[in-house]
Design a protein around this ligand. Sequence first.
Ligand SMILES: Nc1nc2c(c(=O)[nH]1)N[C@H]1C(S)=C(S)[C@@H](COP(=O)(O)OP(=O)(O)OC[C@H]3O[C@@H](n4cnc5c(=O)[nH]c(N)nc54)[C@H](O)[C@@H]3O)O[C@H]1N2
Ligand SMILES: Nc1nc2c(c(=O)[nH]1)N[C@H]1C(S)=C(S)[C@@H](COP(=O)(O)OP(=O)(O)OC[C@H]3O[C@@H](n4cnc5c(=O)[nH]c(N)nc54)[C@H](O)[C@@H]3O)O[C@H]1N2
Ligand SMILES: [Mo]
Length: 755
Amino acid sequence: MADKDLDGVKPYEGPAGGWGALRAVALAVRGQMGASTETRALLQMNQPDGFDCPGCAWPDPRHTSSFEFCENGAKAVTWEATAKRVDPAFFAEHSVTELWSWSDYALEDAGRLTQPLRYDAASDHFVAIGWDEAFARIGGAMQAMTDPNQMEFYTSGRASNEAAFLYQLLAREYGTNNFPDCSNMCHEATSVGLPKSIGVGKGTVTLEDFDHADAVFCIGHNPGTNHPRMLGTLREVSRRGASIVVANPMRERGLERFQDPQAPVEMVTLGATPIASTYHLVKVGGDAAMLKGMMKALFAADAADLAAGGDGLLDRAFIAKHTVGLEALQADIAAIGWAEIEQRSGLSRAAVEHMARIYWSAERVIICYGMGITQHRHGTENVQQIANLLLLRGNFGKPGAGICPLRGHSNVQGDRTVGITEIPAEPFLARLDATFGIASPRAHGHNAVEAVAAMRDGSAKGFIGLGGNLAVAMSDPEASFTAFRNLDLNVQICTKLNRTCLLTARESIVLPCLGRTEQDVQAGGVQAVTVEDSMSMVHASRGRLKPASDDLRSEPAIIAGIGRAALPRTVVDWDWLVADYDRIRDKIEAVFPDFFDFNARIRQPGGFRLRVGASSREWDTADGKAHFLVFPSMDEDEGRDDGPLTLTTIRSHDQYNTTIYGLDDRYRGISGRRDVIFVNAEDLAALGLEHGDRVDVIGPSGRTLARQTAVAHPIARGSVAAYYPEANCLIALDDYDRRSGTPSYKSLPVSLRAA
Ligand SMILES: Nc1nc2c(c(=O)[nH]1)N[C@H]1C(S)=C(S)[C@@H](COP(=O)(O)OP(=O)(O)OC[C@H]3O[C@@H](n4cnc5c(=O)[nH]c(N)nc54)[C@H](O)[C@@H]3O)O[C@H]1N2
Ligand SMILES: Nc1nc2c(c(=O)[nH]1)N[C@H]1C(S)=C(S)[C@@H](COP(=O)(O)OP(=O)(O)OC[C@H]3O[C@@H](n4cnc5c(=O)[nH]c(N)nc54)[C@H](O)[C@@H]3O)O[C@H]1N2
Ligand SMILES: [Mo]
C-alpha cells in the first residue's frame, strides 16, 4: 500500500478570473505591502505615464487604456514593492549555510535587498560593503582573468533596453560574446527557427489582428496564469464568434472559460465567457505529429477540391510569389501515415482533421504558442511546422493573420533586439564598433547550457547575472550548483535574494538594483527606460515608487560602475551615458537603424512598433523568400529511450519562474503545496496506483524526484506534469535542442513507482 496524501487537493469548478482573482490580489497586497503605495502603484501599471508591468510581455492596447486588471501582474508588483527588507542585521543573523536550507519561496519572501554585499568566507556571512569597494573587487577579478572568454554575462529578460544595451557593450569591449540569457531556455527555438522560415525571429501579429481573425489556435501555452491579460483579448475573439482551438495536454481553466473582472455584468451575475471552441488534449511532445497531420489533411482536402473543379485550398498565388520549398514539404507529408500521427499525437485522425478543417475554413488565422512548443529536443522544428501551416494559406501579412509566440519575461524580446546574443551578426558588430570605437570579438560565445557546462568544467571562471536565478532555472541543479561553486567571481545584480546568490565563489558580490516600479534619478534628472513587448511595440516605462533603499542603483548605473572598474583603458564614457538615458537611446539608434528617432518616438503615447518584415510580406531571408521547412520525423524525442510516461514541467498559478509567490495553483485545484504530479486517471489505474498515492518519479539515468503525490487530472494519456523548478533534478544538462540550445524541459521519459 502506497501512503496517501490528499491535503489541499480538490477540483476547481469555477472559471478563470472572477472574484477568486480579486481575492488573490487583495491577499497579495496585504501580504507584501503597506496600503499607502499599493493603489498608486497598481494604477500606474501599463499606463501612458507609468511603468510597464514586470509580469508578462503581452501588449497593452496602445498603453492608453484605463487600468487593465490582472491578478498575476498585481502579484509581480506587490512582490517587488513589498515592505519587507533584508538589511545588514538580517545577514548578521543568518549565515549562508543556514540560508541555503531555506526554500526558494522563503529566500525571496524575506524582502528586498538594501545594499551591496560581499561574501565573507571566514564567517560564512554576507557583509555590507560600499559601491566603490564592490566595483573595485569586481574590476580586480575581471582583470585577473587570463582570457575574456572566461567571463559569462547572463541576462534575465526583465532588464530594460538601456540596461541590456550597456551590458552587451561592456562584455564586448571586455572581449567576449558569452551571453547566456533566459531566452536560451525559453523562445530560442523561435529566435533560431523562424528567421529560416520567414526571415524574422519574432511574432508577426499586432493586438489589432485579434479583432480580425476568424480562428485563433492556442498551442502549448497557459494564458490564464502566464499572460492573463491575453484572456481579455481571447474573450473578445470568442464573443465575436470566431473559433478558438486549443492543443494542450492539460485542461487549463483559463483556456476553457473566463469571468472578466473588468466586466461588471459578468462579475455580478457570476457568468463567464467560454474561451476554447475546441479543446484537444495532445500528448506531451505530440505537436509535430499533430501539425504534420493537419497539413496532411489540408493537402488531401486541397487535392479533392481541385479534382472537383474547385480552386483548391492552398493560397497558390501567395505560395508562388512568396515561398520556396513546397514540393519537398508535400513529399515529406505524403510519406507519413495516419497510424503514426495518431500514435505520436495521441489524437484521433478525426480530431486532427477537424482542427485542419477549422484552419482551412477560416480566411484569417493566428497561431499562438508557448513553451509547450519550444522546450523540446525538436522545438525549433516544431516552430517551423507552425510557420509551414500558416504559409500554406497565406496567413502572413494580412489583417487578422500571423504567428504569435507568447514571449516570457516582459522585455526578453527587447534584450535580444539591442544585442544580447551569443551569435551576433557581422553587420551589427561592425556598427557597434564604428559607433564606439571598440573592436568587438567575432567568435561566437556561450548560450545558457554552454555557459553552465563551461563553468562546471572550469573553462569559465567568472559570472555576472543581470537579474535572474540561473542556477535554479537551468536543468540539472547538481551540474549548475557545481558550476557556480567552481567560480572565481560570482556577481548577482538583483532585487531579491535567491539561490544563485548563495552559490558562493572565491569572490561573491550581490548588487541590489532598482525594480521597474521605482523612480530612477540620475545626474540628468528623473529617467525613463524602454521595453519591447511580444508584438514588437517599444514604449517608455517610468517607475514612481520610492526606492526600497537609498543605497540602490539602477541597472544601467551598476553596469557603468563595472565598466569603469573592469576596463582601465575603456573608450566609453560610462558616466556621461548614464547621466541621461536619452544618450544611451541615441547610441542604440546609431547601432540599430530600426530605432530611428528613438527619443522622439518613445515620447509619443503608446510608443512605436519596430519593423517586422514578415508582417508586410517582406522576407528578410538570404533569397528574399519565405521557406517551407521539412522536419523529416515526428519523433520529438528522437534518440532517447521511451519511458512509459512523458513528463512535462509547468508553472503554477502562484509563481513567476523561480520566484514562488505562494503554494497554491488555484485553477488546477491545488492549495498549500507543490509536491504533486498530475496523471491521467486511466494511467493511474493501469499502473495500479490511486489518486493521492505518494510516488517517486524516475527519470533517465535513475534521476529521481521523490515522494510526489499523484493527482488524477484531465491530462492526455501517457503524459504527466510536475512543477518547475522542483522537477529540474530529473533533466540532464545535455538534454536540449541541438539547433537552439533550449533544454527539453517539456518532454522527459519517466516512470512512477509507489513511494
Ligand atoms: N504569472 C506568470 N507569468 C509568466 C511566467 C510565470 O512563471 N508566471 N513566466 C513568464 C515566462 S519567462 C514565460 S516563458 C511564459 C511561459 O508561459 P507558458 O508557455 O504558458 O508556460 P508554461 O507554464 O511552461 O506552460 C506551458 C503550457 O504548455 C502545456 N504543455 C506542456 N507540454 C506540452 C506539449 O508537449 N505540447 C503542448 N501543446 N503543450 C504542452 C502545459 O500544459 C501548459 O499549459 O510566461 C511568462 N509569464
Ligand atoms: N523545468 C523547467 N525549467 C525552466 C522552464 C520550464 O518551463 N521548465 N522555463 C525556463 C524559462 S522560459 C525561463 S525564462 C527561465 C527563467 O530564468 P531566470 O530569468 O533566470 O529566472 P527568474 O526566476 O525569472 O529570476 C528571478 C530573479 O530575478 C531577480 N529580479 C527580479 N526583478 C528584477 C529586476 O528588476 N532586476 C534585476 N536585476 N533582477 C530582478 C530576483 O532577484 C529574482 O530572484 O527558466 C527556465 N527554466
Ligand atoms: Mo521564459
